[in-house]
Design a protein around this ligand. Sequence first.
Ligand SMILES: [Fe+2]
Ligand SMILES: [Fe+2]
Length: 312
Amino acid sequence: MAAYAYEECLERSYRINWKIKDVLGTVGFDRGRPWLPAALSGAKGIFCLNAEEKRKLTQVEMGAYAHLFGFVEAFIAPEMVELARASETVNRVAFEALTNFASEEIKHMRLFREVRKMVDRTLGFPLELLEGQDQVAQVVLGKHQGAVLLLTSAIEWFTQHHFLSAMKDADELDPLTKEIFRCHWLEEAQHARLDHLETVRVFREMTEADRDQAIEDLIWLLAAVDGLLQQQVAHDVTNLGRYLGRAFTAPERQEIHRNLLRAKRHCFIESGMVHPNFQELFLAVTTPAQQAGVRGAVDLLLQEQQGPPAQG
Ligand SMILES: [Fe+2]
Ligand SMILES: [Fe+2]
């Protein structure tokens, strides 16, 4: 299994540490370019939009993408504070690395808040975005710590995958968008390794019954994430209509909704669950029966068709 170390994560983190003002710089978003790459966007499969409308859709999608990162960081930061406390007197370097991790997530939340303001200013109207961040964080943190850690680990590994596979070499992508997610990727690389270390530690100390509960809660959390994605997709469709000044017919709404949901499920569920580093961790801390349970639940979620509401 991968051999990560708290000390190395902390050292790398100190070397990388960036400031929000340096990331956002002085150059704004370019409305003439896509803001989300094709691999992470639902635009490519939509036939009722022309090329310019598809580009605008990626801009709406990026606003939601940045918002959703800030949304999940609202539970990741306090989770890391709690884990740091558990190490405070037994592993000083783990305590330091996890406290620093929490503080980086707080910085990311502020970064994404600034990004959302800039997106709204550039598009000329406030995007409708998923609400209830603090309530959702409370519910997530009420679930088994092993479940929260596995979900966090999947999220932080897909952050790595998204930048490296879809953004890094995408020449047409808006440069500011690329810089934001490059900087996020740099710090998240340490987070993903720390998640791995903490997940292994926490699962090692669990009873069989605890592990079953953790897996049951993980399946519940994945379904809850899907519910949140569906809500954000409905907002995306509304945001796009407003941006384009276009009223969609029912079949058009359905087509846009279906493609956006497929893309968001891929981004926020599938690409994390199938990431090889997440899989390595997941297989190490679960039994074949637990693995089959999670795999079956994820397959069901990814296959499920959800149409948009008739109106709205
Ligand atoms: Fe983050
Ligand atoms: Fe993170």
